[in-house]
Design a protein around this ligand. Structure first.
Ligand code: ADP
Length: 262
């Protein structure tokens, strides 16, 4: 009735089938564990700013202070915790969209140079505020078919991190070049660097090397996983080299074949 019939003729075939079933069941278990972990992580990440808001508002309610500036300080903290909650929810919605959009990228032929120029001019004020020298090196005009908005988002996340995790007076350099079948965007900083043991985890959702520092820089721990997912959807890769206190270099590689035939 189902239109197909499983016929087991030999012992070997039975073993194959049992094996396939076990692999499938292990995969399903893994997905279930990942989903539960993700929900637990999301709840924890949302609860942290919520607890701060609760604490701050309770203190405000019990304040006997006459000085209006004290109240203003508390409200400022509440306001920034709300911004943080919004940022986490925005990033989560982007991730949910990316999960859905596996087959529906909006490919357009694009000069990556123009895209990078747009990104640099957007992030320049942030770099200038920290007296960071934001250098660019785009020698060639390189054209590729990508989902412009998504690739822009991925590159912004990486360059933004380079600025965030580089102390005042540092240098961030963004370069573009062609390497065989790939377009490469290289983002190099001379900032705090990433410890070796953290490197395998930095693309995981909510992973941060230093939670306290990431909080003070306003991070959600989702930026790199968003970038990773976008680049993977374009059949590309992100690689990273880093040394603590020396800096990090991210290589975003997108194949020229990305988006062809779509
Ligand atoms: P966040 O919102 O915390 O920046 P990301 O997913 O963008 O989250 O990055 C994950 C973690 O990887 C960061 O918390 C930080 O510890 C580390 N990281 C990312 N980029 C850099 C960089 N350029 N230099 C040093 N550490 C970085």
């Amino acid at each position: 009735k189902l239109g197909c019939k499983v016929e087991i003729k030999t012992n070997d075939e039975f073993k194959h089938l049992a094996n396939a079933f076990n692999i499938m069941s292990t995969k399903l278990n893994e997905v279930d564990i990942q989903r539960k972990d993700f929900v637990a992580n999301v709840s924890h990440e949302l609860r942290t700013p919520l607890s701060s808001i609760k604490l701050l508002s309770e203190s405000l309610l019990h304040q006997q202070e006459e000085d209006v500036n004290i109240y203003r300080e508390f409200l400022k903290d509440i306001d920034s915790e709300i911004d943080r909650l919004n940022k986490i929810i925005d990033d989560l919605l982007v991730l949910v969209d990316l999960d859905k959009e596996k087959l529906s990228l909006n490919y357009q032929t694009t000069y990556i140079n123009f895209l990078l120029e747009k990104i640099i001019s957007r992030l320049l004020p942030l770099a200038e505020k920290k007296h960071i020298d934001l250098k660019v090196d785009f020698k060639e005009k390189l054209q590729i078919k990508v989902d412009k908005d998504k690739i822009q988002q991925a590159i912004i996340n990486i360059v933004h991190n380079a600025i965030k995790y580089t102390p005042e007076g540092g240098v961030v350099e963004v370069s573009l070049y062609s390497e065989g079948e790939y377009i490469v965007v290289k983002v190099k900083d001379n900032g705090v660097g990433i410890p070796k043991e953290s490197l395998p985890h930095i693309f995981d959702r909510f992973y941060r090397v230093d939670k306290a520092r990431a909080r003070s820089t306003g991070g959600t721990g989702l930026g790199l996983s968003i970038a990773y997912q976008i680049i993977t959807l374009h059949q590309g890769t992100i690689e990273v080299e880093s040394e603590v206190n020396k800096g990090s270099t991210f290589y975003i590689k997108i194949p020229y074949s990305s988006g062809l035939g779509s």
